[in-house]
Design a binder for this molecule. Structure first.
Ligand code: KG4
Ligand code: ZN
Length: 358
């Protein structure tokens, strides 16, 4: 594809609808250099309350609610940004990975607006959005770093050498870290989504050393993860506790949550810091929903300070699913002339483009 660096003001409207959050953002790059990107608005309509009663995301409900939320959210994102539809230079949307029926709503809406307004359409990978989210508010463009992306669907360590030049150093071989949080929370009969619930219970005086849960593959030389053994260990521990209903007693919950959380964090921190060391990077970024976890942030901050590594984390509303991160990738593609054909489809299993395997 032709790569033309464009200069001058660029304003994009971005849509994210890969799972259960409908999100629309308006982002602007005043100089068109991909560095000083400003988020003019970032609207999110959460469906958590709708899916909570089912203990997880119900795809049909997600898709229907994306349809209902989409246009009002587009209007409010434009209003809050103080931007009219005709001032938008291009439209971008998440194409994958995610739920097909959810992706289709946002992707098709952005295409339709692009056609209607005669402007370019840009298809964006959700994981590239997470990967680059720590750079949105820094104003320096995408800087080389080692990145830990920890979401509900992925756990990856990536060497990021600059926009579009990524190398996968390690990934989970089974459950993603967020998925492990959600599944263990379900065992504890905590509400969906489980990550924030586990963190909340752990913070109620939980002792991270109370239970000794496994740290899978901690000392293996590679950068891959496995969380399914940890999940099973929690299940066994639960079955040994004296619980008639299968639900842990309220007094056991903080220790269980803190011990589980610490087991996940120990592995994430150890492997990622080893990757930073091996690459010789002086910069580490954290992104994805699990990176909202305060204990995880503290553990990384501590290790990075000791190692003289700069730690990049974004605000919590940019860490979980949002459209500003999709707009940020959209701007990077727009200024390089990387527009998408209108025939491009969503891809629920989309891999990160240009992601090389080591
Ligand atoms: O990035 P994200 O919003 O969506 C995906 O792309 O998956 O991540 C959602 C995941 C869920 O598994 C959720 O439980 C987890 O992030 N999460 C957390 C916390 N906040 C969200 N996990 C641990 N601690 C948290 N505070
Ligand atoms: Zn996500």
């Amino acid at each position: 594809m032709m790569k033309v660096r464009r200069s001058g003001l660029v304003t994009l409207l971005a849509i994210e609808s890969s799972c259960d959050e409908t999100a629309v953002a308006v982002v602007r790059d005043d100089e068109g250099l991909g560095e000083g990107v400003r988020v003019l608005s970032s609207e999110i309509s959460s469906q958590i309350d709708i899916h909570r009663e089912y203990g997880g995301v119900v795809p049909e409900l997600a898709s229907r609610n994306h349809s209902l939320a989409m246009l009002p959210l587009v209007r409010s994102a434009l209003d809050k940004a103080g931007v009219s539809m005709s001032e938008v230079d291009g439209f971008c949307a998440t194409a994958g990975p995610g739920l097909a029926s959810s992706l289709l709503i946002g992707h098709t809406a952005a295409k339709a607006m692009a056609v209607g307004m005669g402007k370019p359409f840009i298809s964006v990978n959700h994981m590239e959005g997470h990967l680059l989210s720590p750079f949105i508010t820094r104003g320096n463009g995408v800087e080389a770093n080692v990145s830990l992306v920890v979401s509900g669907g992925h756990t990856m360590i990536i060497e990021n050498r600059g926009f579009g030049d990524y190398e996968l150093l390690g990934k989970t071989l089974d459950d993603a870290a967020g998925e492990a949080f959600d599944k263990v929370a379900k065992m504890f009969q905590l509400p969906y989504p489980g990550g924030p619930e586990i963190e909340r219970c752990a913070s109620e005086g939980g002792d991270p050393g109370a239970y000794s849960f496994p740290r899978s593959m901690l000392n293996k030389p590679h950068f891959d993860f496995s969380f399914s053994g940890l999940k099973t260990a929690v299940l066994y521990t639960l079955s040994e506790l004296d619980t008639a209903s299968g639900k842990p007693r309220a007094e056991d919950l903080p220790d269980l949550c803190a011990s589980f959380q610490k087991a996940v964090i120990d592995v994430l921190v150890a492997k990622t810091m080893r990757a930073v060391d091996q690459v010789g990077s002086r910069r580490l970024s954290l992104s994805g929903g699990v990176s909202c976890n305060e204990s995880l942030r503290e553990a990384f901050a501590h290790r990075c300070a000791g190692a003289g590594v700069e730690l990049l984390v974004c605000s919590r509303h940019l860490s979980t699913d949002n459209a500003a991160m999709i707009g940020y990738v959209g701007i990077q593609k727009f200024i390089r002339g990387e527009f998408s054909e209108l025939t491009v489809d969503v891809d629920p299993n989309m891999m990160l483009n240009a992601l090389k395997m080591r």
